[in-house]
Each structure stands twice: as C-alpha cells, then as structure tokens.
Write a protein that binds this ligand. Structure first.
Ligand code: GLU
Length: 304
C-alpha cells in the first residue's frame, strides 16, 4: 500500500492549525527550535518509507529513546527489571517526584523520567560501553549509520538536570539505583539527546510492528512476548498523564518526547513517526497527536 496520498492530505490539513502549543524550554537548547516545522513518515515492514514535510530533518528524540534503552535491558534480563520499575500508568507529569516517596523509590513505569533513569542504571551494568552500545543498537534498528548524540542538547540538559539528579538520588536513597548518579545522568541525557529524522525513527520502530524482529537484518531483537509487552507499555504509559487520551483518540501503542516527536505502531503493518516541536501541557506534540488521530480514523485501523 502507498501511504503518500493519505499523509499528504493530513499534512495539508493540519499545517494550517494555529494552536500548536509551546516548544520545551526547560532544556535551553530545545527552546531554540523553529516551532513551525512538521514532518510525517510511514515505514512498512517491506522496507518502504513514505514521507512528507520536514520528514528528513533531524530532531531530538528525547523520551522516545526510553523505548530503546528498555528494549536493550529486557532482551538481557527479561522480567528482572520489574523489581526496579513498575508497569502502571502514573497519572502524573513525566518528571514528578510525588509518587516516588509513597512508593518507596520504585517508579510507576519505565517511561516517566524516574523509571527511565532506573532502566539506564541497569543498562550501565549490562553494557561495557553504554553510550556507544545505545547508538549501535539504534543504528541497527533504523538500518542507518547516521545516528548520533547531539552534544549541544546533551550538555544543555546536563547543566539543567537538577530535577533528574534529584529523582536519581532519591531512588538511590531507597537502594533502587546502584551506579554513580553523575554518570547515570550523563548517559541518560545523552540518550535523550539523540537526533533522528521521522524516516529513521519510523524505520527503527518497525521491529515492534514485526513481532520483535528487525526486518532489515532478520535479527530477533525481542521475543514475540517481549515485543507484545513493550507495545502494551507504550499504549498504557507512552504519553505520561495523557496516555488514556492518546489511546482514546489514536488507538495505537506509541511514545512521545519533549523534542516534539511521536512514534506509533500498527502491529503487523507499519510504524509512523510525526514531528512538530510545539507541545501541549502534558509535554506531547499538539500537531503530532492531531496527525495520528486523523491517520487512524481515515485508515479505519487501530489496535481496537
Ligand atoms: N530528557 C527529557 C527529560 O529528562 C525527557 C522528557 C521527555 O521527552 O518527555 O526531562
């Protein structure tokens, strides 16, 4: 199937929308991004990519990287990770500290910042060269060598990482972080800073539309069951305290990042990445959600 027509139609409709939210400015390097950009790319398991607008422009994937780090950890230790992190929606903002105290330093899920820090802490102990290994993992999934950290964004985030450091130290006080917090925050901020295009991002999520198998090299990245679980976590927790509304409007597992990217998957069929830097109050791309809602509504396909 050729998705060019449907994404072109949707692109032309939504680019006229004035209410686009605000770019993330708590990471100063992200505050400089031009908010008028919009890109859409669809990747199908047979290797085709259909794109429109700014789909070949690199942007900071931010929290979307949390899906890759979780995949890297569960493929090694499987269910053991659930000793450190829960798997329930948090109903709280992505960087909230509140629940952590009541729940003894165990984050609700791997996609809020606290949960992702706990996952990265495990990753640091499983991989000898965590930063290089993260890049290598994503490059294989996207079938592209052209994927790097954005040092400018990483440094900007590290300079403004008080809240993430607080989350990590707080969890360490409960014994739920083992590594050195500065090293942990450095690796975490670097993986959040990775830049990709919509085309690369859509390709890199195809394994989750393909029962855990990387369609570019045939490698089993995750078992069928782990891939099901990762999709389930994206559906229930991928959009912070807007996860329920995303499921209601779009009906697909997906993940957002404060760089304005959203990637979603129709299992067995395709993955779709949308990028528009303006965010709503939950930290999710305004136009990104709008595009995806129109996409599944028009295709009459979702997981439901
Ligand atoms: N790097 C961001 C942070 O730690 C990730 C948040 C996001 O993309 O939602 O705040």
């Amino acid at each position: 199937m050729d998705y060019t027509e449907i994404i072109t139609e949707i692109y032309n409709e939504v680019r006229g929308i004035k209410e686009r939210g605000k770019v993330a400015d708590y990471i100063p390097a992200l505050a400089e991004i031009d908010p008028s950009q919009l890109g859409i790319a669809v990747a199908t398991a047979d290797g085709n990519v259909f794109g429109i607008g700014d789909w070949q422009t690199k942007f900071s994937i931010q929290s979307i990287s949390k899906v890759f780090t979780l995949a890297m950890v569960i493929r090694h230790i499987g269910d053991e990770i659930w000793q450190n992190v829960g798997r329930e929606p948090s109903g709280n903002p992505f960087n909230s500290l509140i629940q952590l105290e009541n729940e003894c330093g165990k984050p609700r899920n791997p996609f809020i910042n606290a949960g992702a820090l706990a996952v990265t802490d495990r990753l640091m102990r499983l991989y000898e060269r965590p930063k290089e290994d993260i890049l290598c993992f994503i490059r294989q999934l996207a079938d592209s060598e052209d994927i790097y950290f954005d040092k400018n964004v990483a440094i900007s985030e590290i300079y403004h990482s008080s809240r993430n450091s607080a989350l990590a130290y707080f969890m360490k006080s409960f014994g739920n972080i083992e590594g050195d917090v500065e090293t942990l925050v450095d690796i975490y901020c670097n993986h959040c800073s990775i830049t990709m295009t919509c085309g690369e991002l859509a390709r890199s999520f195809l394994f989750l539309a393909n029962r855990g198998v990387n369609p570019f090299n045939g490698e089993e990245v995750l078992s069928v069951s782990m891939s099901k679980r990762l999709n389930a976590l994206m559906l229930t927790c991928g959009f912070y305290d807007e996860s329920g509304d995303f499921a209601f409007r779009v009906g697909l597992p997906g993940k957002s990042g404060v760089g304005g990217g959203i990637v979603a998957v129709i299992p067995g069929e395709l993955s779709i990445a949308v990028w528009s830097p303006g965010l709503n109050r939950h930290g999710n791309s305004c136009l990104g959600i709008e595009v995806l809602e129109r996409f599944t509504t028009r295709l009459q396909t979702s997981i439901f």
